[in-house]
Design a protein around this ligand. Structure first.
Ligand SMILES: NC(=O)c1ccc[n+]([C@@H]2O[C@H](COP(=O)([O-])OP(=O)(O)OC[C@H]3O[C@@H](n4cnc5c(N)ncnc54)[C@H](OP(=O)(O)O)[C@@H]3O)[C@@H](O)[C@H]2O)c1
Length: 358
């Protein structure tokens, strides 16, 4: 069987796991690697991902990547560059991405038309995915909802421990961990709203999946201040700065909150009442979806390096980054065979991973 030729874009937390995932997938072959960081140019993809060399060197030459013969680009750069996504699509390569574009319809017809036009030119498809958004906020609630006779409310909760998430740009720049709350509020990161809209896209997709008309999305952000401070993988969290945040989104349908998402992101465990305490630090990152209705359903979903093996590693981030990347990597064969266009979870068939015993 001819393998699908894949180019990886970016080698951050998700990108490094994606390279491992492509190397392990029986239907995929890594043929190119695009990086942003000039220091990584020329280095082997396997080496950057912490596995054996794969014989593919990193480049920052976008034009060379666009000319390369490949079936798909796994786009996992920090920010989504729609111009670049369109050029990749027009060059005849499908795109799977964790960097947004989960439900382009949310952003309006102009973006949809632009992406669809590029897909038509290249005969390609684009699919946005991840663990949340991508799985916990869309696939899981929509899948559960098929068991319901009546749905009053869908409540998606994410609890994420950021202590081992090694992304200074995201933790300290985008979210504001380790910075005084007044300073963060006065200097909102230019991509903060866009990052929050990742989750607005989830709500819009779930509403369309349920066949209901979404009226609006309400959003609140609360910060938790750490009195003692902390030292996390991405840098220091000084005492008196932001050590946690809670973001709540509420999708209003027929005047009522129907689809709710609550994100609790913590980098310290001394934030006080209403926040996870020191005893919760071992709970690791997890998600739950509750559907209040007839019947009421709840699914809690955990991830770990293992629930059985003795060599189980304590990590709050690595399994989540594997899930994030792998949802995109496992989608590649489905996206490459889909009809050209924007292909969301509402368009693609039920997707599955591939057992790999190597
Ligand atoms: N949906 C989900 O569940 C989910 C979960 C986690 C993350 N994400 C998203 O996935 C993407 C990657 O996340 P991550 O955790 O891997 O982030 P990360 O660890 O911060 O890495 C992002 C990578 O992007 C590249 N980069 C840095 N600055 C850039 C710039 N200005 N323009 C273009 N590329 C740049 C770098 O790649 P090189 O080092 O190779 O140069 C960097 O390593 C982000 O968009 C993030 O929001 C989604």
């Amino acid at each position: 069987m001819k393998k699908l030729r894949v180019i990886q874009y970016a080698t951050g937390g998700a990108g490094r796991q994606a390279i491992r995932g492509i190397a392990a997938h029986p239907q995929l072959e890594l043929v190119g690697l695009l990086v942003h960081d000039k220091a990584k140019v020329g280095r082997d993809a396997g080496e950057l991902a912490g596995i054996a060399p794969l014989g593919v060197s990193a480049t920052d030459d976008v034009e060379a990547i666009l000319k390369l013969d490949a079936d798909c680009v796994a786009y996992m750069a920090l920010w989504n560059d729609v111009d670049l996504v369109c050029r990749i699509l027009e060059s005849g390569k499908n795109v799977v991405t964790t960097a947004g574009l989960l439900y382009p319809k949310f952003f309006g017809q102009e973006l949809v038309d632009r992406l669809e036009a590029s897909c038509r030119i290249g005969g390609t498809s684009v699919h946005g995915t991840g663990i949340n958004p991508g799985f916990s906020g869309e696939v899981l609630p929509l899948t559960l909802s098929v068991l319901n006779r009546r749905i009053e409310r869908i409540f998606v909760q994410e609890f994420a421990d950021y202590r081992t998430y090694d992304s200074p740009e995201v933790n300290h720049g985008l979210l504001g961990f380790g910075r005084p709350v007044d300073e963060v509020l006065a200097n909102k990161h230019p991509n903060f709203d866009l990052a929050m809209q990742f989750f607005h896209q989830s709500i819009a997709m779930v509403a369309d999946g349920l066949g209901v008309a979404l009226q609006r999305i309400e959003q609140t952000v609360d910060y938790g201040i750490t009195p003692g401070g902390a030292k996390i993988a991405s840098g220091p969290i000084p005492p008196g700065t932001i050590g946690g945040m809670k973001v709540r989104f509420s999708g209003i349908v027929a005047g009522q909150p129907l689809i709710l998402i609550e994100l609790t992101w913590v980098a310290a465990y001394d934030l006080g009442p209403g926040w996870p305490g020191p005893d919760d630090a071992s709970n690791d990152t997890q998600w739950s979806v509750t559907i209040e209705g007839d019947p009421s359903l709840r699914c809690t979903f955990e991830q770990s390096s293992s629930f059985e093996r003795a060599d189980h590693r304590e990590s709050h981030t690595e399994p989540a980054m594997i899930c994030t990347a792998q949802h995109a990597i496992n989608a590649i064969p489905y996206v490459c065979t889909a009809a050209p266009g924007i292909r969301t979870f509402l368009d693609l068939p039920l997707m599955a991973g591939r057992p790999n015993w190597n």
